[in-house]
Design a protein around this ligand. Structure first.
Ligand SMILES: Nc1ncnc2c1ncn2[C@@H]1O[C@H](COP(=O)(O)OP(=O)(O)OP(=O)(O)O)[C@@H](O)[C@H]1O
Ligand SMILES: [Mg+2]
Length: 285
């Protein structure tokens, strides 16, 4: 179950916008995707509420019988939207799940400095330093023709992090999100320029996002553990469960996952309940 986390401790850098787009792209590919917030702000859940059910579906966290948020059964891809200011133990716990982290970075010096500090903290974590969790930067709200875009690309390369290109500033992002949409949901002619900017980002993510395996999928191929996310060692999973108290962010790497799917049925999270849901310990801020 590939997990992509969108991380930058700088508030307002475009994390939720980016995460919604990654989830929508996965949904359009036919994947069973969950978009989950890792904080109480729950911006992504708010966005999902606006999304037309007729569009390719994106699931929110589900809640199990113990009122713990968890990945719904059958989900093959997870996108985590993280809050501004995330650091320390919370950041480390997200990294334990993630196969890839994308940092959306705006062009100002302040944004770069904040992102550099976040990068340094990420690189201190073995999963990132060893490359098991891949890391890349995307320029957010930047005109690709400007020197600001050049500076950000050079800055990223200087850190040794792939720069996947800029996403321009346009009200199309703002208006789409207000309607529960992304660029991937608009008519291609309307979003052509922006979709072109997404192409290199998708190409970088593609090996991480494929091949999928359903969470808690009891099928034989899943039980053999053949198609777990590309970079996650199976041995990490028990540790993750222990760390993430009750959240059960699991991939279907073994029979244990199948057992959970039978013994702990999940219900999708009613909106009213969702806001009061008991967020797993590591998700609390
Ligand atoms: N490419 C873009 N063009 C125009 N506006 C954008 C673009 N990307 C993001 N925005 C706008 O910038 C604002 C901040 O974006 P967003 O909420 O995604 O940031 P964030 O990093 O998730 O913030 P927070 O740290 O508070 O969670 C939003 O109003 C969003 O609509
Ligand atoms: Mg956000």
């Amino acid at each position: 179950m590939p997990v992509i986390a969108v991380v930058n401790r700088k508030g307002g850098s475009g994390k939720s916008t980016f995460a919604a787009h990654v989830a929508a792209w996965c949904a359009r590919q036919g994947h069973s995707v969950m978009l989950g917030d890792v904080d109480r702000q729950q911006s992504s859940r708010g966005w999902l509420k606006r999304r037309d059910p007729a569009l390719p579906q994106i699931a929110p966290w589900a809640m199990d019988q113990k009122n713990m948020l968890r990945v719904p059964t059958g989900i093959t891809h997870v996108v985590l939207d993280t809050p501004g200011g995330i650091h320390g133990f919370e950041l480390a716990r997200v990294v334990m799940f993630a196969d890839a982290i994308i940092m959306p970075v705006c062009p100002s010096m302040f944004d770069r400095e904040s992102a550099a500090a976040c990068h340094a903290e990420l690189m201190a974590l073995p999963r990132v330093a060893s490359g098991r969790c891949r890391l890349a930067v995307v320029g957010m709200r930047i005109d690709g023709r400007t020197s600001a875009a050049q500076s950000l690309a050079e800055w990223s390369r200087g850190l040794g992090v792939p720069f996947l290109g800029p996403l321009r500033e346009t009200q199309l992002y703002v208006r789409s999100l207000e309607r529960g949409l992304t660029m991937f949901d608009l008519p291609p002619s309307q979003a052509a320029a922006d979709l072109a900017q997404w192409a290199p980002i998708i190409e970088w993510m593609r090996p991480v996002l494929l091949p999928p395996v359903a969470a808690n999928d009891p099928s034989p191929s899943a039980a053999q553990g053949t198609r777990v996310g590309p970079s996650r060692p199976g041995s990490l999973m028990p540790a993750q469960e222990a760390l993430v108290h009750g959240s059960r962010l699991m991939s279907a790497s073994g029979s244990r996952a199948a057992a959970v799917s039978h013994s702990a049925p999940v219900r999708t999270l009613p909106v009213a309940t969702a806001e009061k849901a008991q967020i797993p310990q590591f998700l609390k801020r």
